[in-house]
Design a protein around this ligand. Sequence first.
Ligand code: FES
Ligand code: FE2
Length: 363
Amino acid sequence: MEKVRIDPDIRRAATLPARVYRDPEAFALQRERLFPRAWHLVGDAALLREPGDRMPVTLLPGALDEPLLLARGKDGRVRLLSNVCTHRGNVLVTEPGRGQDIRCRYHGRRFGLDGKFLSMPEFAEAVGFPSRSDDLPEVPLGEWGRFLLGSLAPEVAAEKLLEPIRARAGFVPLEKLAFDPKGARDYEVAANWALYLDNYLEGFHIPYVHASLNEALDYAAYATELSEWGVVQVGVAAAGEPAFDLPAGHPDVGKRIGAYYFWLFPTTMFNVYPWGISVNVVQPLAHDRTRVSFLPYVLDPLKRGVGAGSGLDRVEREDEQVVESVQRGVRSRLYDRGRYSPTRETGVHHFHRLLVRGMGMEG
Ligand code: FES
Ligand SMILES: [Fe+2]
């Protein structure tokens, strides 16, 4: 695929070429080069309460189908392991459950909860067996409290990725959040995942697309901050709208913050509101199809119906409409690239630079 140059100077840069959004070949490059080296949300440690608890997980169903397994060991530690038997490749765990060890249903090989090979029938005569290659490979795991992220071959340490969220949202008592399964929703969007993110990464469209959200936020004070591997958007609450009670020493003390929108490259978003957190997970399905999961974690149910964190379903539908419209637009023969607003689209510009680099298309 042809190289792409996104000028580091936003004032001069042109946006991502339309072909990156519409071309299955670009999606194939992302699957092959970008997703395996990035971090993705894999689960909630609170679902693995006791040693022996395990659950099968996939980093990105359809786009990064690596069978993995989260397991809490006897030492209390949660590990992310390969879910593929080291004998002849059977998938080991297919349902969440609990047990002393992990046993393959094909020929009875057993592994510890730490992935170490334990036993195997009919192998007494095998030479040089067992060896370390008979253990289940362990996959790097990152943790923001209970929220677990995994990466097959990380390009960056999880700690680096999580630094901005620890600094800004470290005060949120994550262990007290109650997951609300009834409020959880999956949205199917007929658009490229990167278009969904382009839209997520700017507040520029809020006054045009989201009438109600626009009333809850102070648009003039809306701020976007970049970190090496992410973006945080800080939504200042409009007068009379709910805001965080920030602890002493917090970088935003003195401001009335109604929402923090954290994006962790490339697929994870934590939208932090006074009522709790809406975790959004972007799952790229095809070059023109994306699933987005909304997972609500509630701290204060009374605040859920007000402010920037309310009416999320309506806001999502408004976003979907515009993103799907852009997907149709990028198929035009008369459109290729645009320009960035230097004041309002720094997050989008940053994402595009990371994306092009991650695909190995940097020109
Ligand atoms: S594939 Fe697991 S024991 Fe044979
Ligand atoms: Fe939006």
